[in-house]
Design a protein around this ligand. Structure first.
Ligand SMILES: [Zn+2]
Length: 354
């Protein structure tokens, strides 16, 4: 298939100059090991909103958007024939892909952290140049680079939900991996955003005895019940809890501190929310030692987490209102309005239909 004569559209984001600018560019012919994707749907993650608002710095200019799914339209020579689950890849298949590409077998990959490898390529975060584009979701196409973990997504999964997989759901799948078995345990989910909702559902499905969601907004606690939370709490009530696991998604220092206080002996806190600059958290070392606590941080996820995220969504999208998390929707032509909506209204997610 020769697409060299066709063009696509993308939104360049320059934090220091003009902000978002629409561009039309010639589409690339995929090179060795590459796959060209027609993006179907993008959801704006909180990181995208923070970058847009100037609270996070990325390479400049870039193409934002890394919560995205799409379909294969062209495959380069030596493109992967199978996905991470061993399913054959064909034109037209709907895919999700990791936010990272890095060569298998690196020292970091061997340690289960391919998202931190030295040769990391990161979708939605790379420098946009005349030679290098199609690496962010806010565009008609994505060029999947060599060594990108890819997973086919069943067509039964709503397209909005498919988009959520490669940031929110996969990150939470990684959080659950680090938390270990939660069956029969009391789990606190700190923060009722998109990650928090998936955390509730995953803890519930993993057999947690109690799933407590803490968030200052009562509407979010109500949403939590729809995602399997057994209890909803104001942040001030967390101090009185006794739990075995904390999944911290809010990134609020006081929430991280009160989550640690709620942990019982042998408890584990997983921190995934604080991915932007903020004040330091106060940790009582004596309490960490005497109560044998573990604190683990997670940024992004690995291949195994992505696979688990897809399987979780395929197995449970009928049970939980995942598509309803995309509360607002815009067309690709209206991306600046989509960002403004995300920042002003703070829905779970704003969707962008391609
Ligand atoms: Zn994200």
């Amino acid at each position: 298939m020769n697409r060299s004569d066709s063009t696509g559209r993308l939104w360049a984001f320059n934090a220091e100059k003009e902000g978002l600018q629409a561009e039309e560019r010639r589409l690339p012919a995929p090179g060795t090991g590459e796959i060209l994707i027609a993006n179907e749907y993008v959801t704006l993650c909180r990181s995208d909103l923070k970058t847009y608002a100037g609270a996070r710095k990325e390479k400049n200019p870039t193409i934002l958007g890394h919560e995205v799914s799409g379909r294969i339209v062209d495959m380069g020579p030596g493109a992967p024939e199978k996905d991470e689950r061993g399913a054959p890849l064909r034109l037209g298949d709907r895919l999700t892909w990791a936010v990272f590409a890095s060569a298998p077998g690196s020292a970091m990959d061997e340690r289960g952290m391919p998202q931190k490898a030295a040769d990391l390529f990161k979708y939605g975060h790379e420098q946009l140049t005349p030679q290098s584009a199609w690496h962010g979701g806010l565009a008609t196409h994505t060029l999947l680079r060599r060594h990108t973990p890819i997973v086919k997504v069943a067509d039964a999964v709503p397209v909005k939900v498919a988009a959520l997989i490669n940031c929110a759901v996969a990150t939470m799948a990684g959080g659950m991996r680090l938390a270990g078995a939660v069956s029969g345990k009391r789990v606190l989910i700190s923060g009722g955003g998109t990650l928090g909702m998936f955390a509730c559902a995953m803890a519930r499905e993993a057999g947690a005895a109690e799933v407590c969601l803490a968030d200052p907004k009562s509407a979010r606690l109500e949403w939590g019940r729809r995602f399997g939370a057994s209890q909803g709490l104001e942040p001030e009530q967390v101090a009185g809890l006794e739990v075995d696991v904390v999944l911290e998604t809010s990134g609020v220092p006081s929430a991280m501190e009160s989550g640690l206080k709620a942990l019982q002996t042998g408890g584990v806190a997983i921190w995934v929310g604080a991915v932007f600059p903020q004040p330091a958290v106060k940790v009582d070392a004596e309490q960490v030692i005497r109560r044998l606590l573990t604190i683990r941080g997670l940024h992004n996820y690995n291949r195994e987490d992505l696979v688990r995220a897809v399987t979780f969504v395929e197995d449970h999208h009928h049970q939980y209102p995942m598509a309803a998390l995309v509360e607002e929707e815009y067309d690709l032509s209206a991306v600046p309005a989509a960002f403004d909506c995300g920042i002003k209204q703070s829905p779970f997610r704003v969707g962008v239909k391609i």
